[in-house]
Design a protein around this ligand. Structure first.
Ligand code: F6P
Ligand code: MG
Length: 439
């Protein structure tokens, strides 16, 4: 048997993992510190001197964190008492045990990138929860909200498009075309994550709907047809009362979340699904990932937007939530450093929940890294193999490429891309719909 591939790591000088740890993550931490600074007077107004002390404490913990990272110090156990603290510390022990040498310790630039990058966001959370009364402060909220507000024009265009679609008049082929369109909107919506841009604004300003044709050549794996076959078959064969559940493992808030809501709305209106379940993060994560607060905030904004189609969409979405047709879930597993093949053991309850879905859509790059275990796979390895036993239900990754990992490509394609566009793996310019399940 061939050796399983090694993990992506900042140990590989010059790799994207290395550049991320060397440049991008310190930049994100600096921005977090700056955000706390800028809210100083707000903290004072709200909490008086106690707020000022808390701000100082959080900043000093975060500066220490940045220093540990930049000087490649050993990864230290978490000291807070949160829902997942013990799991994290056990995971660190496990990483230590892999080193086979009692003198060596996991460190920022030597350990698997997925582990240390997740750990950084968990340490940011630790710094905040150790600084009451600021323990509920989301250091990324401002950037997430700004991303949404700056994408207003595109949000309007999408809401208007959805409202003007007379789904009941569409024949089968037209319905498929619309489904494909909205899938692609949701794909390219993933371009706007904020961790790639170091937390700087990365809103959607172009008219995506009119750019889809031009973007098609950048879709490297296109399994949209499998998604259609699966859902349209269920639509035709299901009994009137049976449930067709589609789960979204969400990625970013702001504009990307809107594209997911639009797709989810379409799935219900077209009866391709009867229930949508969204999975979000319990803590602020990779700058722009969706938490329950973001989920509700975005929905409220759309509902109270001063544009009639937005308001109608927002109203519909709220009704879906009230009727239990849109359900929001969170689970601590999503902010742990595990590859998804470990879910069955680490979070069997979540695995069982996902098994109830007819289709699971995994949005975004980080989800892809976790699906494929963040390993240096050959580009031609089948997706099914990279999933390493993770098959709770038919699933599809919808992701723009922002990390040096991709499987399931036809022979020669990766080499061709490398020759024509050396940074094809990391800029978000290319995208995939990669499906695993019975076809
Ligand atoms: O490498 C870029 C990065 O910060 C990765 O760490 C992560 O996989 C990705 O961006 C986040 O992107 P997304 O929001 O699409 O998961
Ligand atoms: Mg993200």
């Amino acid at each position: 048997m061939a050796e399983p591939p090694d993990f992506l790591s900042a140990r590989d000088v010059g790799s994207f993992a290395y550049i991320t740890m060397k440049d991008r993550t310190p930049q994100i931490l600096t921005k977090v510190i700056d955000t706390l600074h800028r809210h100083k007077s707000e903290f004072f107004e709200k909490y008086g001197e106690v707020g000022m002390e808390a701000e100082k404490k959080a900043i000093s913990l975060l500066s220490k964190l940045r220093n540990e990272l930049q000087t490649d110090k050993p990864i230290i156990p978490l000291v807070d008492k949160w829902a997942d603290t013990d799991i994290w510390n056990q995971y660190l022990e496990y990483q230590r045990s892999l080193l086979n040498d009692s003198d060596r310790k996991p460190s920022w630039f030597q350990s698997p990138w997925l582990f240390v990058e997740c750990y950084m966001y968990r340490r940011i959370h630790e710094a905040i929860i150790q600084s009451p009364p600021l323990d509920d402060f989301d250091v990324f909220k401002e950037s997430k909200d700004q991303n949404f507000l700056e994408s207003q024009e595109s949000v309007n265009v999408l809401c208007t498009y959805l409202q003007q679609l007379t789904i009941e008049d569409l024949d089968e082929n037209q319905l498929k075309d619309e489904f494909f369109k909205l899938l692609q909107i949701s794909l390219w919506g993933n371009k706007c994550d904020l961790s790639l841009s170091g937390g700087e604004s990365s809103s959607q300003k172009t008219d995506l709907l009119n750019s889809l044709e031009d973007l098609k050549p950048f879709i490297l794996v296109n399994d949209m047809q499998h998604l259609w076959s699966l859902l349209s078959k269920l639509r035709k064969t299901r009994k009137k009362t049976s449930i067709v559940r589609v789960d979204f493992v969400l990625d970013n808030s702001g504009f990307e979340l809107i594209t997911d809501f639009i797709l989810a709305d379409f799935l219900l209106s077209s009866r391709l699904a009867t229930e949508i379940h969204f999975h979000g993060k319990m803590i602020p994560w990779f700058v722009s990932d969706t938490t329950l607060r973001d989920f509700n905030w975005v929905m409220e904004q759309v509902k109270h937007g001063n544009h009639e189609h937005q308001a109608k969409c927002g109203g519909d979405w709220e009704k879906y939530v009230q009727a239990g047709r849109w359900v929001y879930h969170d689970h601590v597993f999503w902010t742990l450093p595990y590859a998804y093949c470990a879910m069955f053991q680490v979070a069997p309850d979540l695995y069982a929940e996902l098994q109830k879905a007819c289709l699971i859509i995994f949005k975004g790059d980080l989800n892809y890294r976790k699906l494929a275990g963040d390993k240096k796979w050959e580009f031609t390895v089948p997706f099914h193999e990279a999933l390493n036993g993770f098959h709770p239900a038919p699933l599809c990754s919808i992701r723009t490429l922002k990390a040096e990992i991709q499987v399931g490509l036809p022979p020669g394609l990766a080499e061709q891309l490398t020759a024509s566009d050396p940074s094809w793996l990391t800029t978000g310019k290319y995208g995939i719909f990669q499906f695993d399940g019975p076809v």
